[in-house]
Design a protein around this ligand. Structure first.
Ligand code: FES
Length: 303
């Protein structure tokens, strides 16, 4: 047998096997496409499978009845939450950095930081007001207690030119009119020719004049001049003094107090810082009273 004959025989066998295979595949497909009997559980199962499953031979499985439930569907409002995903673009790093720098610039120039806040303003205003009040009170208190070094009561008071003072004290008709000096709170009166020994060496008289403190030595009332009696009479409790301040009557414990005096550059100076106190006069160096009393009290001396 030649090689050519062998090839022809092989090709013929190959063609026969191919034809058998194609026929078999076509037959199988024709079986699958046929309608399936739903009552038969083995319908559609291949013959090979049925042959392999010997245990199931002769068993018929009836399909279970499916209960039919009639449901009444009401209208139900169903809230449906829909989640929507929104893509937010994150700021770019470069733009955030720029925004921060801009914010810092605003803070730097803000009055809240660079200036004064409202609370700070009110706190400072209250502090300034409080300490100003304390300062003013302190200055006023210091001024009140500070001793006067010039002018006013407690210092040397200029009562005026000596000639003018004498002209006012000694009236042209020979009467006496004490000169009241408000700044010294004193009366300038004529000094007696026979000055009591109580006043010798105490500088209470100069050039025929003396200065009496207007304050009553009893309880401090202002003692006015009484022209008719030519003396000083206290309206508070009736103490009476002569024209030179010597005690005459009443509860006063001593003569009227007086100040040292001097003539300085032709002017009569009352040294109100030097107060001279003397006991009740042992005798009157001037006549008192010379007329009716102004307060209607006793006109006789109690000494
Ligand atoms: S105060 Fe002058 S008599 Fe009393």
């Amino acid at each position: 047998m030649s090689l050519g004959n062998l090839v022809l025989i092989g090709v013929a066998l190959f063609a026969i096997l191919g034809a058998v295979g194609a026929f078999t595949i076509a037959f199988r497909r024709s079986q699958i496409d046929q309608p399936v009997d739903l009552a038969d559980p083995t319908a559609g199962v291949s013959s090979e499978t049925l042959k392999a499953d010997k245990s199931m031979s002769g068993v018929r499985v009836e399909p279970l009845p499916v209960p039919v439930v009639e449901e009444t569907v009401d209208e139900v409002e169903v809230e449906v939450e829909v989640e929507v995903e929104v893509e937010v673009e994150e700021p770019e790093l470069v733009s955030t950095a720029i925004r921060v720098v801009e914010t810092q610039r605003v803070v730097e120039v803000s009055p809240e930081e660079a200036g004064v806040t409202r609370r700070q303003f009110f706190n400072r205003a209250m502090n300034v007001t409080f300490f100003s009040f304390l300062g003013i009170m302190g200055i006023n208190s210091l001024a009140f207690f500070w001793p006067k070094l010039s002018g006013g009561f407690g210092t040397d008071v200029d009562a005026g030119a000596l000639a003018d003072v004498k002209k006012q004290v000694f009236a042209s008709d020979g009467s006496i009119i004490p000169l009241f000096v408000p700044e010294a709170k004193a009366y300038v009166v004529p000094a007696p020719a026979n000055l009591s020994e109580q006043y010798i060496g105490k500088q209470v008289e100069t050039d025929g004049l003396m200065a009496l403190w207007q304050r009553c030595v009893h309880l401090g009332c202002r003692v006015p001049w009484c022209g008719p009696s030519v003396g000083f009479e206290c309206p508070c409790h009736g103490s009476k003094y002569s024209s030179v301040g010597e005690y005459f009557a009443g509860p006063a414990p001593r003569n009227l107090d007086r100040f040292t005096v001097e003539i300085r550059n032709g002017r009569f100076i009352i040294q109100t810082g030097n107060i001279i106190q003397t006991a009740r006069a042992p005798f009157m160096t001037v006549k008192y009273p010379q007329g009716p009393s102004c307060i209607g009290a006793s006109t006789t001396s109690e000494a």
